[in-house]
Design a protein around this ligand. Structure first.
Ligand SMILES: C[S@@+](CC[C@H](N)C(=O)[O-])C[C@H]1O[C@@H](n2cnc3c(N)ncnc32)[C@H](O)[C@@H]1O
Length: 392
C-alpha cells in the first residue's frame, strides 16, 4: 500500500479516534490474563467482529479511506494480473471451468480491474471465468459483490471457489498478525502489550510466547543484534493452506511488499517494519487508535516460500510489480484502455500517471509478485513473469 499525497492539506490522523469498546475489551483481557503478544493485539485491532479495523462496514483501503493499494490506484493493475492468469489458463489447456478466488478482496477494485481488463483485451478467458471474492467481514463481501454488479461484471460472480483456476491476493499477507521480538545477548525476547494506568497500552519485554519465533529466525540463519526489534508472522502458513485448500489445479499469485530475510532483519533496521496507517499518513504509534488505524509489516519472502512448500504448492516464478507490468506489455494494456469509445484526455493522463506510480521501483513497482502452482504442467513458463534483463 502507499500513502496518497495528492490531497492537501492532509487530514490529521489523530482525528480517526479509536474504538473505545475494543480498547476496553483488550485491556480487560490483559488485566485478566497478563500482557498479550502483539499478534494477539493486532488480530483484535484489525479483525475483532464489529470493531476491528477491517470489520467496520466502511472500507479502509481506497481514496476515501486511509491508504491506497495498487488495484485502487488504477484498474490497469487488475488487468495486468488478468493477463497473467490468462496465460496460466492457456498453459493448462484452456479448461472450460475456471474460477478465480480472491481472499482479502477489499473493496473489489482488483476484481473489477481484472474482469473488466479481460473484457477490454477481448480475452477468450472472459467468456468462461468465474470470480469468487472473499472478505473477513460478511458486510464487506456483500458490498464488493454489489460493486462488481454495478461495474457490469457481476455475471462472473461465483458462490464458491472452484477446484480449477487461480488464487490471487494483493496486500493480504502484510495484514496478517505479527509477533514483535527483540534480540538480546541471552537469546530472543518478545515485546508484549500491557495495559497502562492512563487507560492506554505500552510495550513490555518478556520471554517469547512461543518457541516458533526463535525457530523461524534459526531456519533463516538470522541473528538479531542486541536491542534490534523485528516482526515475525506465524500466520502466513495457516492462511496460505486455507486460501488454497480448494485448489486442485491452478495458479496462486501473491503480491505484497516483501523482503529477503537478510534485508528484512538487517541489523541497521533497528526498530523493525511495523507501521500504522490512518488517513493517508503513517501513524507513529501502533498501540493507539485501536480499531481505527491499519497495522502492517513488511512480509518475509522466505516465510512465504516455506509456507508454499508446506501447502504443497510448486514455485513458478518471482518478479516485481514493475516487471510484471512490463512483462504483460504496458503498450498493449494502454492501447486497450484508450480504445474505449468514451475515453477522455483526462483518462489518458490518469492512466499514464498511474502507470508511473505502479511501476516506480522505489514504491509500488518494487512490490514482490510470487507465483506458485498446483498441478500445472512441468516447467510451465508464463511470459508475464519473465524477468526483465537489468540495464547494462
Ligand atoms: C491491505 S487490505 C488489501 C485489500 C485489497 N486486496 C487491495 O489490494 O485493495 C488487506 C485485506 O485482507 C483482508 N484479510 C485479512 N485476512 C484475511 C483472511 N483470512 N481472509 C480474507 N481476507 C482477509 C482484510 O480484511 C483486508 O481487506
Amino acid at each position: 500500500m502507499t500513502v496518497d499525497r495528492r490531497w492537501e492539506p492532509l487530514p490529521d490522523p489523530d482525528d480517526v479516534g479509536e474504538d473505545h469498546e475494543l480498547r476496553t475489551a483488550i485491556r480487560a483481557e490483559i488485566e485478566r490474563d497478563g500482557p498479550i503478544s502483539f499478534a494477539r493485539f493486532m488480530d483484535r485491532a484489525l479483525y475483532e467482529p464489529g470493531h476491528g479495523y477491517y470489520r467496520r462496514p466502511a472500507p479502509g483501503p481506497g481514496r476515501a479511506g486511509d491508504f491506497l493499494t495498487a488495484p485502487e490506484a488504477h484498474p490497469i493493475f487488475g488487468a495486468a494480473l488478468g493477463r497473467l492468469v490468462e496465460q496460466a489458463w492457456a498453459a493448462m489447456g484452456e479448461p472450460a471451468g475456471f474460477t478465480i478466488d480472491e481472499p482479502g478482496a477489499g473493496t473489489g477494485a482488483l476484481a473489477v480491474g481484472l474482469l473488466g481488463g479481460l473484457r477490454r483485451l477481448e480475452s477468450p478467458l472472459a467468456k468462461v471465468v468465474r470470480y469468487h471474492p472473499v472478505e473477513v467481514e460478511p458486510a464487506r463481501t456483500v458490498a464488493l459483490r454489489d460493486r462488481l454488479e454495478a461495474a457490469g461484471v457481476g455475471d462472473a460472480l461465483a458462490a464458491a471457489p472452484g477446484p480449477v483456476g487461480a488464487v490471487v491476493a494483493n496486500e493480504v499477507l502484510d495484514a496478517l498478525p505479527v509477533h514483535r521480538v527483540v534480540g538480546r545477548a541471552g537469546g530472543l525476547r518478545e515485546l508484549l502489550v500491557t495495559a497502562t494506568d492512563d487507560g492506554g497500552f505500552a510495550w513490555v519485554e518478556a520471554d517469547a510466547t512461543t518457541g516458533e519465533l526463535a525457530a523461524r529466525l534459526d531456519a533463516e540463519a538470522v541473528t538479531l543484534a542486541d536491542g534490534q526489534v523485528a516482526e515475525i508472522s506465524l500466520a502466513i502458513g495457516p492462511w496460505l493452506r486455507d486460501a488454497t485448500r480448494h485448489l486442485e489445479r491452478g495458479l496462486v499469485v501473491l503480491v505484497d511488499y516483501a523482503k529477503e530475510p537478510a534485508d528484512l532483519y538487517l541489523p541497521g533496521r533497528a526498530s523493525g517494519t511495523l507501521r500504522a496507517f490512518a488517513r493517508h499518513a503513517v501513524g507513529a504509534d501502533p498501540l493507539r487508535h485501536v480499531g481505527r488505524q491499519d497495522l502492517t509489516a513488511t512480509v518475509d519472502l522466505a516465510a512465504v516460500r516455506d509456507a508454499a512448500r508446506q501447502a504443497r504448492l510448486d514455485a513458478v516464478a518471482e518478479t516485481t510489480q514493475a516487471e510484471l507490468l512490463a512483462g504483460v506489455g504496458t503498450t498493449a494494456l494502454t492501447d486497450a484502455w484508450l480504445r474505449a469509445p468514451a475515453v477522455t484526455l483526462q483518462d489518458a493522463l490518469d492512466l499514464r500517471s498511474a502507470l508511473m506510480r505502479l511501476m516506480d521501483p522505489r514504491g509500488m513497482g518494487g512490490f514482490r509478485v510470487l507465483a506458485f502452482g498446483r498441478g500445472l504442467p512441468d516447467g510451465v513458463e508464463l511470459p508475464a513473469l519473465r524477468r526483465v534483463r537489468p540495464e547494462r
